[in-house]
Write a protein that binds this ligand. Sequence first.
Ligand SMILES: O=C(O)CCC(=O)C(=O)O
Length: 267
Amino acid sequence: MAQDKQTLLVALLQMDITIGEPEVNFLRLEKMLHEAVIEEVRPDVIVIPEMWNTGYALDRIHELADDDGVRTKQFLSDFAKEHKVNIIGGSIADKREERIYNTIYAFDRQGQCMAEYSKIHLFRLMDEEKYLHSGDALGRFELEGVPAGAMICYDIRFPELSRKLALEGAQILFVPAEWPHPRLHHWRTLLMARAIENQMYVVSCNRVGTSGTTSFFGHSMIINPWGEVIVEGDETESILFGEIELTEVEKVRKTIPIFEDRRPHLY
Ligand SMILES: O=C(O)CCC(=O)C(=O)O
């Protein structure tokens, strides 16, 4: 498909999430979605954090997860269509055949599903592997004709994954997350590295607020293919806007042609 737009305005919904309370979280998200589109500058793409429906209520996740993601898909698709905006729908806990997954649904401006990706690396430090099943497919899709990829939180610690998406053409990598203190340094460094090594845009959206003793620091970021930060949040609930200039990807890839210089037969 031809690349339609050279510039995409992105809105990051850096929201708080109430653990174990999907109703509260749906209302909060709905309010923020409306705030994002009534801004004078209307975004082309909206991004939401990880597990925004339930938070990490893992001990009650079977009861709380969205059955086949039906409610979430309807909600996001309707909003995308009504407001003619692309949505990378964070991720939610969804239930399929009695298994729980951590899944991103992405919708285009017509409300059509562009991508469905379930987190493939489960984070043991938060016991994800005890409650969740991992996905077994990559998150590739086209956003307005632009090849893109999606991964979730802990996935960014696996450079092979973003490299594979880049080799398959991805120019933008979306990363919904629930990444907590005390690892802000890891978060920033890993996102930066993924952008620089793959010469792609990295668009991350992390939650804020606390659940029990865990506090989440936000710092959602858009990083360009040269590793420069276009926008970065602080630790407060907020909507951040930043622009992606798609021509930057080709410019950086021409300046330092790493994809031509790779020696994959040696590694
Ligand atoms: O890798 C990390 O430090 C955080 C990962 C995480 O919180 C998650 O995947 O949910």
